[in-house]
Design a binder for this molecule. Sequence first.
Ligand SMILES: [Zn+2]
Length: 624
Amino acid sequence: MKYNIGLSIYLLTAIFQGCDKPQEKKEIMDKARDFHSYAIPSEARVKHLNWDVSVDFDNQTIAGTADWEIEKTPNAQAIHFDTRYLTIKRVTDQAGDDLDHTLAEDQGYMGSDLKISLKENTTRVIIEYATQAVAPALQWLNPTQTLGKNAPFLFTQSQAILARSWIPCQDSPGIRFTYNAQVKVPDGLMAVMSAENPREKMAGGKYVFNMPQPIPSYLMALAVGDFEFGEVGPRTAIYAEKGMLEKALWEFTDMENMLIAAEELYGPYAWDRYDLIVLPPSFPFGGMENPRITFATPTVVAGDRSLTSLVAHELAHSWSGNVVTNSNWNDFWLNEGFTVYFERRIMEALYGADYAEMLAALGFNDLKNQVDELGAESPDTHLQLNLKDRDPDEGMTDIAYEKGYFFLREIEGRVGREKFDQFLRNYFELYAFKPMDTEMFLEYLNKELGIPSTISAPSPNDWVFGPGIPMMEFKPSSERFARVRTQAEQFSLNGEVDETQAENWTTVEWLEFLHLIPDSLNADQINILDSKFELSQSGNSEIFFAWMKKLIRSEHDQCLDRLGKFLTSVGRRKFILPLFEELVAKEKYSEWALETYKIARSNYHSVTYNSVDALFEEKGLAIS
Ligand SMILES: [Zn+2]
């Protein structure tokens, strides 16, 4: 299915970003208006933000001014901002004169349209405002919810359209701006943003930030807490709480090498530094690719460097997503599919083709599961989605990631790696700091590699606008996984595993083994794996998660103790939601699940609890 999305978001973008070919300008002008934003950038759009705020933990609010430099057409009467749960106190222009404004009624995930009247000579709009405690982007943690237990912690998660709940902004991925910020936090705490960052705590809690590269609002990020800086390499470092810093530095020791490998693949890194902050465990995602500083879950600090593909993933976003950005959330696959492809190429460069193939094979398992879950004919299995009138969060499935990856892999297989790498290098260079959509990509693919949308094997149209998994010529294959399969078959048949093999398995091999053995195991099978390999005690979150799912399906009650601890301490949605899904699917566990959720919920970010709330509601289980 292909659909046209109407009006012109990119008119001004194109002019301002120096798009000089009339043909290209025309094409960009015809592109859609993002229906997840109230902004009308073709009339008036933001260019630069000067953000001056205080962070108040006692009242769980951020208050201050968002001073926006804008550009507008001569006739523009108003500029529209996205807001959600913001208290707007005053709006003035560059001369300090009041500007008329109206704040529309709240429209759920879309929030409220803030319409500000413009005068002919308006060049800046200065919005004095405060956030509310319910702001879905913000997670305020008590000291007890941190590792150190002695200072509070705040972090943001803006993607997809949550930035509007902490900054009045034009919250569309196609609109970029630069920013600087003055942020006051309680004395003794550190603050970092998706910007040039400090390396130590500032006296009086006063921080100054500068972000010289233009970014879309979903990459706005702030973290405040008692954390420290530790260098990995000349351009890479880790921020983490004291008790986590050494572990994280060891775990992510390859960060600088990943950065070098990434540049060798697809060209220079555009953001100067690549740092990473390890957040408290309630962070809802594995990682968030905030420019210059990835926000990461501590659940990838496994103690054996086995889950570091997450860093490769977030680093790869520095090209796919942060430099070439999906123009709206229907084209989310352009951010994620390219990033998974790039991530696996980094992993291959560092750890060999065999390892990367195992990661790809696990990705294929995820893709099959996701398609089964959504239904093979579901439009939500298309790469290009239709999220009109839906929360874009609904589009964040494995389809964008893994179907996107396998589509690119098919193209690579067809044209050869050398040609495909050159193609990607050109793509990242040509479209740097510009929005990209599916149609533009398909056109570029045809122009550069001679792959029209309609041909067969692979047919880009089938991949992008069609359901399920198209026929694939270049499936992953791994000899190590072939040996794991033999073990899994043997175990399924007679409950035996060759210990000398299994003891040497890496995390990915364990994950494949757990994928291949039956969903429901008998007590003997559970005991064999648990007594020999202590899976229930695993400190590796991926293995623990996969194993717990088996135990729930097997109704193995002894798992509830460990599981309860996990559910009440970790907030990563990728783990939390499926575990609750498994639990409520079993009648005997649904009451326990509900009680556990009531305790755990306050420890989750809105991204996680909104999803789990929906699950319980669907099952008719009342949370309050
Ligand atoms: Zn990603």
